[in-house]
Design a protein around this ligand. Structure first.
Ligand SMILES: [Zn+2]
Length: 383
């Protein structure tokens, strides 16, 4: 490919153009800034050095000198919000909105700031009202995100679904995992009211929104098991293997109970063996062990536990080994050791949010700390 040499001649021209533009900008900046009070720059300095309280002081002083500087108002307003002085932030932005001389773009900006103040102050009704108006403006993106936050907090799942879909359309960023979770939340509300039919519909919608929504299958299985349909429950739970196999951890014990009630415990045992071997499921290994002990006796359970302890000598594996050893034996020292290991295992087990590190004894689909969805792994961690 030939190199276009004339470009070399064009380069100095572009450099020159850049230099001229820079000169103009600097010149403009100098005339503008020379009219600003010194306290404005002190405020900026405090901001840069992360001293928001002193920055507020300096900006307030600068405002006294020139109350027409809108940028100063906005800077001060967002500082108030950042430092948690919600009353002052709200008062300042309301004051701006009352100005009759305010141009339309600045009015919108003040409105957007006021809505953020209300949101942070926990005044969700007022925030919602403004954010709905802002969805038709250039603040649509941040307004929809704020609305989504409000609806999730208020557990208004239908509205959350609607807003998430609009946000998806606007930004192109997929939110199908969240939308499916919202459908599951709706199903949960229906289950609590005893409305199984509508719950089924919600869960089907969850799977349509996100075919790897494990929670929908967990819940479908639970509904079927509670209705006395163990075969249908198993069908839903086994579908998890085709989604994200690790989540079998959440249903292994319940699945085994369904197999038992179908008088197909042997089949259940084979399934447990297969999934533990294939996916190295730690919690399911315990379910498998207990089923083996029950169905095949202590010797088979001991062999299994021994093999497991040799391969990965964890405390849980050791616990199972002891359990096989003492089953059928009278209470003794070994049982005491086993009991204390068991207690330790239970006390130290927790789930950890992959996003924020929040830990909880209980599994959560929605992190109570950072508000992210599906960030808890299905297995326990131990100290
Ligand atoms: Zn979290």
């Amino acid at each position: 490919m030939d190199f276009e040499y004339w470009w070399l001649l064009a380069l100095p021209f572009f450099f020159g153009l850049g230099w001229v533009t820079a000169r103009i900008d600097i010149g403009q900046l100098l005339t503008e800034t020379s009219t600003l009070p010194a306290s404005y720059f002190r405020g900026l300095n405090f901001l840069i050095s992360e001293q928001p309280d002193k920055a507020i002081e300096a900006f307030t002083e600068a405002l006294k000198a020139d109350s027409n500087t809108l940028e100063l108002h906005f800077a001060l307003g967002s500082l108030f919000r950042r430092t948690g002085e919600m009353d002052r932030a709200i008062h300042l932005h309301q004051g701006l909105l009352e100005r009759e001389t305010l141009a339309e773009p600045q009015k919108l900006m003040a409105l957007a700031e006021l809505a953020q103040d209300y949101l942070k102050a926990g005044l969700f009704d007022r925030a919602e009202e403004i954010f709905i108006k802002l969805t038709e403006t250039r603040y649509a993106n941040s307004a929809l995100r704020a609305l989504l936050e409000i609806y999730v907090r208020e557990k208004e799942w239908l509205q959350a679904i609607d807003v998430a879909q609009r946000l998806e359309a606007l930004t192109g960023r997929p939110l199908r995992m969240e939308v499916a979770q919202f459908h599951c939340e709706l199903a949960q509300q229906q289950i609590l009211l005893g409305h199984v039919g509508p719950a089924h519909t919600n869960l089907a919608e969850a799977l349509t929104a996100n075919r790897t929504c494990v929670r929908a299958n967990v819940m479908l299985g639970d509904i079927e098991a509670a209705a006395g349909n163990p075969a249908a429950a198993l069908a839903a739970w086994r579908a998890i293997e085709l989604q994200i196999p690790n989540y079998i951890e959440l249903v292994a014990a319940r699945a085994m109970a369904s197999w038992r009630s179908l008088n197909k415990a042997e089949e259940g045992l084979l399934w447990l063996q297969e999934v533990v071997r294939k996916y190295h499921l730690e919690e399911t290994a315990q379910v498998l062990f207990e089923a083996t002990l029950d169905l095949k006796g202590p010797e088979a359970a001991y062999r299994m536990a021994h093999e497991e302890a040799e391969q990965s000598p964890t405390l849980a594996a050791l616990d199972r080994l002891l359990q096989a050893k003492v089953s059928g034996m009278p209470d003794g020292d070994l049982r005491l050791v086993m009991d204390s290991i068991r207690e330790h295992l239970e006390k130290t087990a927790f789930h950890r949010c992959a996003t924020c590190g929040y830990t909880a004894r209980q599994f959560h689909w929605h992190c109570p700390s950072c508000g992210e969805w599906e960030t808890f792994p299905p297995h326990f961690e131990r100290d």
